[in-house]
Design a protein around this ligand. Structure first.
Ligand code: Q46
Ligand code: ZN
Ligand code: ZN
Length: 322
């Protein structure tokens, strides 16, 4: 991670990580301090969380969501976790174990929802039944269940572990298409509105690599494997492209995304149709929607009517990763 003999920029002790975009090396303590500062800065700058908020963190068992939960607790916030079992074969089984172990070791409350047990379907089946890519059916399911768990539990803020790499990759894709609708909604905070909780992304100033390092230094065990259904996802290609640019020009990724927030997002404010659309109520579950049935209930109905599809069948041979 760092050349032998490198020294921490702050204390001149032995460094454990180099951060080219800061043009500096850091020891373990000062690296953790930098991460805390970046999260505190994001929370303050974008008005994400107040001390009296009741916070729910969506956790997947991966590094980012466990790191953001850890960081919020470390910064003095009270936060519960939410884990959704997506039924993606062994990946889901193992990811749940990591989320449970993290919560149990720290005495934190983890709310669990199982798509298969509680709603009668899973993501591989939903993908096949709706003829959509798995991430599309998955996104619809997760968004709905995040919103529902937050509102049912009286939480005022829902936190996700999206980091700088995630947000820059999404921004890159939206920019390639000049998708003004999505660009106008790509903010680190979405305010609460009727039927939707406030949603925030406190890791937008930290990279994937920094979150992996946070977990290692803090002794957090996390699931290293990516979701097998992410293979072929365009975001992976966008991330690789941005990493190549970052390699040549450290700091590009952060300036691409953070300068978008400072300079472009204000110009796009109010351009999102979905923010102003009059919403009705889903006749099945009561969630806000523009049609009779919300996207979640439509997906769930199709998936439940389909015989269960094992994850292996959805992964084509060429795309299977393990
Ligand atoms: S879990 Fe779901 Fe992700 Fe897997 S199927 Fe796609 S969206 S990749 S964060
Ligand atoms: Zn130091
Ligand atoms: Zn519904």
């Amino acid at each position: 991670m760092v050349a032998v003999g490198s020294k921490c920029r702050v204390c001149k002790g032995p460094a454990i990580i180099d951060l080219p975009r800061h043009n500096a090396h850091f020891c373990a303590d000062h690296f953790l301090e930098l991460c805390r500062r970046q999260v505190a800065k994001a929370i303050e700058k974008y008005d994400m969380i107040h001390p009296d908020d009741k916070v729910l963190v969506a956790v997947s068992g991966g590094k980012d969501s466990l790191a953001v939960w850890d960081l919020l607790i470390d910064l003095g916030y009270k936060a519960d976790g939410l884990y959704i079992g997506l039924g993606i074969g062994e990946y889901s089984e193992v990811s749940g174990q990591y989320a449970r172990a993290f919560a149990a070791e720290r005495g934190l409350r983890l709310i669990e929802v199982s798509l298969r047990d509680d709603y009668g379907y899973d993501i591989p089946t939903a993908s096949r039944a709706t003829r959509r890519v798995p991430c599309s059916a998955c996104g619809t399911s997760k968004r709905h269940l995040f919103d529902k768990a937050a509102l049912d539990g009286g939480y005022t803020v829902l936190v996700t572990g999206h980091n700088l790499d995630d947000e820059a990759a999404v921004l890159f894709g939206n920019t390639l298409r000049w998708d003004v609708e999505y660009l106008s909604r790509q903010l680190p905070v979405l305010p609460a509105r009727s039927g939707f909780p406030k949603k925030v992304k406190p890791l937008v100033r930290l990279t994937e690599r920094e979150m992996a390092a946070w977990c290692i230094v803090r002794g957090i065990d996390y699931l290293v494997d990516e979701c097998p259904m992410a293979a072929g996802n365009k975001h992976l290609a966008y991330k690789a492209t941005l990493n190549a640019i970052e390699q040549e020009s450290p700091g590009s990724k952060a300036s691409f995304y953070l300068n978008f927030l400072d300079n472009m997002a204000p110009l796009l404010a109010g351009r999102s149709a979905s923010a102003t659309d009059a919403l009705g109520t889903c006749t099945s579950c009561g969630a806000p929607t523009t049609s009779d049935l919300c996207a979640f209930c439509r997906t769930a109905a199709k998936a439940r009517a389909h015989e269960p599809v094992p994850v292996e069948l959805v992964l084509s041979k060429g795309r299977r990763r393990r």
